[in-house]
Design a protein around this ligand. Structure first.
Ligand code: FAD
Ligand code: SF4
Ligand code: SF4
Ligand code: SF4
Length: 403
């Protein structure tokens, strides 16, 4: 777990003279960062960096007198938005449901290509849609997250227009991910005019805020053609994957050549390939259980399983992949898709009509990740209700609420 830092009550936070102070006192010092990378992406002074566990910190060499006071960092941070603060402070009653909102449709979908399904987390619907969108010219680039070539336990967000790279990046990386930094690094990948963005609910929140600042950013924001969101129970600190590799797989980090989180028959295994081509895998349920000790603080009190800001959201096609994995059985590769917008509906329909995806109507009943999230949130809220402010939450890091 991360070291405890001086806690700050959101309720008591005073108005700040600059964005960096607002971010420091409300998010970073209270440990509410989810590592989305938005502040790193937008700061013209390059004030922020990732800590080893994936959460953001002020660069030790950064002197806040250099700060332009532009407030960009504070304005894009999903943990600092007013709505989010209100939810932390007022609206998280123990019995309140994690609202999913009104959908246009709910379906199960899958990539028709065997190769994509085999590489994907569940049905490969996200990757199938991206390939259709790139191939049809609907967008000419996409933000995806693969794994770092040298340290493959680290997520590697990128903006790419290469369909092969999109397939390579298929499969969930269950780690805290600075997806929004892909925009800042886009120069290296050629310039895209219109892009798809794949991300978690907190990424979608930050993206919506970044879009409002178009023109004020230190780089050109392409048109966002479509937002594809992965439903999210929680992410895991980078130390989670490192610990799994070292203690459960019994492999030294310097021996790891490749990391996959959902490899093999559905629901898949955490699988590493060593430099001497040895494969070591851990069943999905055991990975999830191990990761429970390594949850970012922000994820423990995040109410968004889906954000309501994406065009389409994607979840596992079976209600409970954890129990399926635990029973030793395997299942069919399908993704559950929530259709939120007309744009999402059109995209899905076109991908099905052109043969990229298979699809059938389906009513959403349950999801183990969503239930887990509700339970964790209710636990956090009990404490919130008992003492009424965030300070207490920030003080009890070591309590394990992952289940
Ligand atoms: C941290 C996390 C928590 C999740 N929690 C749940 C849950 O509780 N319940 C549930 O049903 N599903 C959950 N999912 C979603 C699920 O794992 C699948 O991603 C989803 O079913 C889509 O599968 P697919 O086969 O269609 O996607 P794929 O075709 O495999 O494509 C996945 C896409 O997601 C991108 N991606 C991978 N990891 C990340 C990341 N960390 N951040 C941003 N983009 C990424 C990849 O670049 C790729 O484009 C979670 C995913 C993540 C990453
Ligand atoms: S320069 Fe702007 S974005 Fe960077 S830390 Fe200061 S206020 Fe935040
Ligand atoms: S939540 Fe995102 S924007 Fe906010 S401090 Fe963390 S990385 Fe930066
Ligand atoms: S639980 Fe919330 S804050 Fe954490 S990674 Fe998921 S969407 Fe982001």
């Amino acid at each position: 777990m991360q070291a405890s830092i001086e806690p700050v009550s959101l309720a008591e936070a005073t108005p700040c003279p600059s964005g960096v102070t607002a971010l420091l006192s409300n998010v970073l010092c209270g440990d509410f960062c989810c590592g989305c990378g938005a502040c790193i992406a937008v700061c013209p002074r390059n004030a922020f960096q990732l800590r080893a566990d994936g959460i953001v910190e002020l660069r030790p060499s950064y002197d806040t007198v250099l700060c332009r006071g532009c407030f960009l960092c504070a304005r894009v941070c999903p943990s600092l938005e007013e709505g989010s603060r209100r939810r932390f402070e007022e609206r998280r009653a123990a019995r309140s449901p994690v609202g999913l909102g009104q959908t246009r449709a709910t379906v199960r979908a899958w990539a028709t290509s065997n190769r994509i399904r085999k590489k994907a987390s569940s049905g490969g619907a996200v990757t199938g849609l991206l390939l259709w969108g790139l191939g049809s010219g609907l967008f000419d680039g996409t933000v995806v997250t693969g794994r770092n070539a040298e340290k493959p336990w680290l997520p590697h967000p990128m903006l790419t227009s290469d369909p092969e790279m999109v397939v390579e990046c298929a499969q969930s990386t269950y780690a805290i991910t600075p997806a929004l930094t892909a925009f800042r690094n886009q120069q290296g990948c050629g310039s895209s005019d219109s892009v798809a963005v794949v991300g978690l609910p907190c990424h979608m929140r930050a993206l919506a805020r970044i879009e409002q600042l178009r023109g004020l950013l230190p780089w050109k924001l392409p048109k966002i053609a479509v937002r594809l969101e992965l439903a999210c129970s929680s992410a895991t600190l980078i130390s989670g994957a490192k610990s799994l590799i070292q203690t459960v797989c019994d492999v030294r980090l310097d021996q790891v050549a490749e990391v996959k989180y959902r490899e093999g028959d559905y629901p898949g295994c955490f699988c590493i390939t060593t430099k001497d081509r040895r494969k070591v895998s851990v069943p999905f349920w055991q990975m999830v259980t191990h990761f429970q000790q390594f949850k970012p603080w922000r994820c423990q009190v995040c109410s968004d399983w889906v954000s309501g800001l994406a065009d389409l959201s994607f979840a596992d096609g079976t209600d409970d992949p954890f129990s399926l994995s635990r029973s030793g059985q395997t299942g069919v590769r399908q993704s559950f898709v929530f259709v939120w917008s007309r744009r999402g509906e059109d995209l899905l329909r076109s991908a099905v009509e052109t043969g990229y995806l298979g699809c059938e109507e389906s009513i959403f009943k349950a999801n183990a990740g969503l239930e887990l999230k509700k339970k964790r949130l209710a636990e956090a809220t009990k404490v919130l209700n008992g003492r009424g402010n965030i300070e207490l939450l920030a003080n009890i890091h070591t309590r394990q609420w992952a289940l």
